[in-house]
Design a protein around this ligand. Structure first.
Ligand SMILES: Cc1cc2nc3c(=O)[nH]c(=O)nc-3n(C[C@H](O)[C@H](O)[C@H](O)COP(=O)(O)OP(=O)(O)OC[C@H]3O[C@@H](n4cnc5c(N)ncnc54)[C@H](O)[C@@H]3O)c2cc1C
Length: 503
């Protein structure tokens, strides 16, 4: 077989997954229906946890170049920012990066790593047995068949892969419908009752249960949204004309403000759905193909990206033969609860952005709660994904959580811990002079890098009292020990997460 894994879809999820797989030693092919990358951006923001993961792979500088940093997150446009400074992170902000740029940077990275990308190729059929998956792919030269060990559907909300597998996609039907577009305006947009500091321009129509909001992009272009909460639903995929947009603007805002140069138009709803399973044999799902929701708070791209980082090293280890038998099962076990949390908070936001006067009390109450540090922190942790905790056994509060990016004096010099993850290996960080833990991990040295710290210069309290920490390639802690003789737990964690030792 020429490929270990075929990834269907070169959106942010598929591209990041391909990078992670290739780093883990898998021969990876990405097939993408579109001949050229899209020239419009659905998502505009990258959250703090995604920036941390980019940092782990040495990609952060490219994303930070020329990108605006928005100091806080947004919850239901209630005007109270989600504070990221209470979190122990190098990146307490939302990075304004249009999806087109994210995809461009990830494509470049994938190609540098040796991923093969075939554009203008559409998956149309699938078959699998105990050994392999065969995909029928239609390209410019007609249909061909490609066989691989595994296939992952990263093919978006309408996923062909999910449908071909017969996996149900249950959830909630839409209650609202919005027209969305990127356009310029000859006239000044109103600074009425907007949608909080992120979208200062807009018009709220409690009487119509509708609103209009505008977010400034580059070069005088605005992303506008006109949302209706009591309309019968048009087909979400039916084409939208500029006239449709003008009519909606005039109805809600009383004017179309001389709209011109419309670059992209779409509809969105608050439909939220999740696949009943993320895997069928040798085929898996990631990103929008297994969960969709209202893009409130800008979480969808991040959720898919983080699915990819969770799955990549596990599937990579599976195809290269180093994984423990159950490693791949932990992908859905870990990621489904995170998607549940996003679906839940976006459903709540869908109610909170409804201008029906009945919800005013709820919105005011929620605003008060957002001003309370504890509630603000809870929601900021959810939306930024900084508070994700995977169900991993272990007493220490770090276990299952993201490892803070310590500044260390170590055998490798003075460096941030994140710089040790560029190769996507596991890391055993030892914090005591006793060599016992390091010796135990030696048989895994092809998969687990050793970092021996002599001093922790920043974020020390996170590891106070610990003598060693085992961290997975995705930056989550899978074991933390305080005593030099605490060896059984470490050996068991090494086997669980990194397979059998070298013989
Ligand atoms: C208006 C809007 C605003 C949003 N804003 C944000 C935001 O600010 N922040 C955020 O995090 N998220 C946001 N989102 C959500 C985000 O855009 C998606 O969650 C993200 O694009 C999902 O990435 P993906 O790679 O899983 O799927 P997609 O981006 O949908 O990519 C799927 C790819 O698969 C390809 N494909 C499909 N079928 C096939 C096939 N049969 N064969 C081959 N290729 C195929 C498609 O062409 C596509 O390139 C927004 C969404 C919308 C609609």
């Amino acid at each position: 077989m020429p490929y270990d894994v075929v990834v269907v879809g070169a959106g942010p999820t598929g591209l990041m997954l391909a990078c992670e797989l290739q780093l883990a030693g898998s021969r990876t092919l990405v097939i993408e229906r579109l001949e050229r990358p899209a020239d419009f951006s659905k998502a505009l923001g990258v959250h703090a946890r995604t920036v941390e993961l980019l940092d782990l792979r040495g990609l952060c500088a490219d994303f930070l170049q020329d990108a605006r940093k928005l100091p806080g997150g947004n919850f239901a446009s209630l005007g109270v920012p989600l504070e990221l400074t209470p979190f122990d992170t190098e990146h307490p902000y939302v990075l304004f990066v249009p999806q087109v740029r994210t995809e461009e940077l990830l494509t470049r990275r994938a190609l540098e790593l040796g991923v093969e990308l075939r554009r203008g190729h559409t998956l149309t059929a699938l078959e699998q047995d105990d050994q392999s998956v065969t995909a029928t792919v239609t390209g410019p030269d007609g249909p061909t068949q490609i066989t691989s060990s595994y296939l992952v559907g990263c093919d978006g909300g309408g996923s062909t892969v999910r449908k071909l597998l017969g996996i149900d996609f249950p959830g909630e039907k839409p209650h609202m419908l919005a027209l969305i577009a990127d356009a310029r305006f000859r006239e000044e947009l109103p600074r009425g009752e907007g949608m909080g500091p992120m979208r200062p321009r807009g018009v709220m129509r409690h009487d119509l249960r509708a609103w209009f909001s505008a977010f400034p992009l580059e070069g005088g272009v605005f992303r506008i949204t006109v949302a209706f909460f009591d309309r019968p639903f048009a087909d979400r995929r039916a084409p939208i004309t500029d006239e449709d947009l003008r009519v909606a603007l005039r109805e809600v805002a009383g004017d179309d403000f001389g709209m011109y140069d419309v670059r992209w138009r779409s509809r969105l709803t608050d439909a939220s759905r999740q696949a009943t399973r993320y895997r069928e044999g040798r085929v898996l799902l990631a990103g929008d193909s297994c969960h969709i929701h209202l893009p409130a708070g800008g979480q969808g791209l991040n959720l898919g990206f983080q699915d990819a980082v969770n799955l990549g090293w596990k599937l990579g280890a599976t195809v290269t033969g180093t994984a423990s038998p159950h490693l791949l099962e932990t992908y859905e076990a870990e990621r489904r609860p995170v998607a549940d949390g996003v679906l839940r908070n976006t459903r709540a936001q869908a109610v909170l952005i409804d201008p029906d006067p009945r919800f005013r009390g709820l919105q005011d109450l929620m605003r008060d709660l957002l001003r309370q540090p504890e509630t603000n922190r809870y929601l900021a942790g959810l939306v930024s994904a900084l508070d994700v905790r995977y169900p991993i056994d272990g007493e220490h509060p770090l276990v299952g959580r993201r490892m803070p990016d310590l500044l260390l004096d170590a055998d490798t010099g003075r460096r941030r811990l994140s710089t040790h993850f560029h190769a996507a290996h596991g890391v055993l960080l030892t914090l005591s002079p006793d060599p016992h833990h390091a010796e135990l991990a030696t048989p895994w040295k092809d998969r687990v890098d050793l970092v021996t710290a002599t001093d922790v210069l920043e974020r020390g309290p996170a590891v106070e009292g610990l003598s060693a920490v085992l961290i997975r390639p995705d930056g989550y802690v899978c074991w933390a020990g305080s005593a030099a003789d605490d060896t059984e737990g470490l050996t068991s964690a090494l086997r669980t997460w990194f397979g059998s030792p070298l013989s």
